[in-house]
Design a protein around this ligand. Structure first.
Ligand SMILES: [Ca+2]
Ligand SMILES: [Ca+2]
Length: 181
């Protein structure tokens, strides 16, 4: 169970808890969505925006339960430790698909390095950190990152308990860390 300020999960909690009241709400994840929509100039009622918002809402429900209006740090950490393949991963899948659909410029559900860098900059990752994330994610080295590669990284976030893995960027874990606003 995380106890130190340097623990990635604790850092994630602190970053997401913008009002510093010691609790997270679904709206804290939705600020990530707001940031993506703003950058890609999507309106709230655009189909891609609705799908992305729903994907994060589902992730919150699957991770923390239907009734979780707000959770404290211990509940948040415990939920991450208890994840097994199943509904949470399906929710991750939904987030990855929704994000790639927005970030891609072609018809394929993959993003090239330029598209990837743009997406990472929205999430606060730039420079060598973005380049390293791309190399890590592009496991078949074809110069593109597809759904399967992104999902593998997102699952590593839970299964390998590597909360600094590139997949974690989709959950608000970025470094360096601008405030999520
Ligand atoms: Ca809060
Ligand atoms: Ca690839």
């Amino acid at each position: 169970m995380p106890t130190t300020d340097t623990d990635p999960l604790r850092q994630l909690f602190t970053r997401l808890d913008a009002d510093r009241d010691g609790h997270l709400r679904s709206a804290d994840y939705q600020r990530l969505v707001d940031r993506i929509l703003r950058h890609y100039q999507l309106d709230e009622d655009d189909h891609e925006a609705i799908v992305l918002r729903a994907a994060y809402a589902r992730y919150w429900r699957e991770l923390l339960g239907d009734d979780a209006e707000r959770v404290n740090d211990e509940t948040f950490f415990a939920a991450h430790c208890l994840v097994t393949p199943g509904p949470v991963f399906q929710a991750l899948n939904g987030i990855v698909h929704a994000v790639l659909t927005i970030a891609r410029t072609g018809y394929e559900n993959t993003i090239n390095k330029e598209e990837f860098n743009r997406l990472m900059s929205v999430l606060g990752v730039t420079g060598p950190a973005a380049a390293a994330a791309f190399s890590w994610l592009d496991s078949d080295a074809d110069g593109k990152v597809g759904c399967a590669e992104f999902i593998r990284a997102a699952e590593g976030y839970f299964l390998a308990e590597d909360h600094t893995a590139p997949g974690a960027v989709l959950f608000g874990m970025y470094d360096p860390a601008p405030p999520i606003s």
